[in-house]
Write a protein that binds this ligand. Structure first.
Ligand code: GLP
Length: 256
C-alpha cells in the first residue's frame, strides 16, 4: 500500500487527477472504475478542467440504489452525468452503471461482471470509504470474495446518505454493488478519504487486521493500492510520519 497524506482535499485530489490523467495519456482506451459520494467531487472537477480525451474510455461504476430510476435526483446515474460525464467527451455506450430498476438482479449482476471482463478488466478503481470501512456499498460483514450483487445498507450508511434524499426514510434499503472480490481484481486501486469522520476507518483499513468488519482492509492484499488522504483523515495512523517520509523521498521516476 502507498499512503499519500496531503494538507487538504484539494491537494489530494490534484494528485489523484494526475494519476488518472497519466493513465489516460498512456492508455487512451483505459477502463475506469468510478465511485460516487462527496469524496471524488473535487477529483471529477479537476479531471474536467484537464480537458482529457475520453472518446475511447470505458467506465464501470461501483454501485446504484435498487428502485431508483436513472433520472432520480439521488441516483448515482444522475450524480455521474451531472458531475463528470456531461462535461467530457465520453461515449454514452461506454458508460456502465448498475441499473436500479432491473427486474432480475442476480442475472444483471452476472452480466455486469461479464461486461467488465469483456472490456478487459478495470485499469484503475477509484474508491471512497464509508465511516464504517465500506467500499462501494460492501458493508461490514461483506464477503471479502464477493462479486457484484444486491446488498442491504446499514442504518449508519442510510443516515450518512440521507441528505440527498431529503430524509433517511426516503433512502432505499437495498443497493447493487460491485463485490469486494470484483474490486480486488482491478489492476490499480486509488482510495481517497477526507475529513475526521473517516480517520478511524482509514486507520483500521491500513494498519488493522484484514477483516470483513472493515471491508477496505482487504486492500492490504491488493498489489497496487494507493490511499490518498487529507491530514484530517490521517490523524489515527500510527505510522503517518513514515508514510510522509516515503512519499517525500520517492525517486523522481516513481513520482506522479
Ligand atoms: C457511499 C458510496 C461509497 C462512498 C462512501 C462515502 O455510500 N456508496 O462509494 O465511498 O459512501 O461517501 P462520501 O464520499 O460521501 O463520504
Amino acid at each position: 500500500m502507498e499512503i499519500i497524506i496531503q494538507p487538504t482535499p484539494e491537494a489530494a485530489s490534484a494528485i489523484a487527477a494526475r494519476m488518472v490523467g497519466r493513465l489516460l495519456g498512456e492508455k487512451p482506451d483505459a477502463v475506469l472504475g468510478l465511485a460516487t459520494g462527496s469524496t471524488p467531487l473535487l477529483l471529477y472537477r479537476e479531471l474536467v478542467q484537464m480537458k482529457l480525451d475520453w472518446s475511447c474510455v470505458t467506465t464501470f461504476n461501483l454501485d446504484e440504489y435498487v428502485g431508483l430510476a436513472s433520472d432520480h435526483p439521488a441516483s448515482y446515474h444522475r450524480f455521474m452525468w451531472e458531475n463528470l460525464f456531461r462535461h467530457v467527451n465520453i461515449a454514452e455506450k461506454n458508460v456502465h452503471i448498475p441499473d436500479g430498476l432491473v427486474q432480475d438482479i442476480p442475472r444483471f449482476c452476472r452480466r455486469y461482471e461479464m461486461m467488465i471482463r469483456v472490456a478487459g478488466g478495470i485499469d484503475i478503481q477509484l474508491l471512497g470509504i464509508g465511516s464504517d470501512g465500506h467500499i462501494g456499498f460492501n458493508e461490514p460483514s461483506s464477503s471479502l470474495a464477493s462479486r457484484t450483487r444486491i446488498k442491504t445498507l446499514t442504518e449508519q450508511t442510510r443516515a450518512h446518505n440521507a441528505a440527498a434524499f431529503g430524509g433517511r426514510e426516503q433512502v432505499p434499503h437495498h443497493v447493487i454493488t460491485m463485490g469486494v472480490g470484483t474490486i480486488m481484481d482491478t489492476r490499480q486501486v486509488l482510495l481517497m478519504a477526507f475529513g475526521p469522520d473517516k480517520a478511524r476507518a482509514v486507520a483500521e483499513a491500513v494498519e488493522g487486521p484484514i477483516t470483513a468488519m472493515n471491508p477496505a482492509s482487504i486492500l492490504q492484499l491488493h498489489p497496487v493500492a494507493k490511499i490518498v488522504l487529507d491530514e484530517a483523515a490521517a490523524t489515527h495512523l500510527r505510522k503517518a510520519d513514515y508514510y510522509r517520509w516515503v512519499y517525500d523521498n520517492k525517486p523522481n521516476w516513481q513520482k506522479v
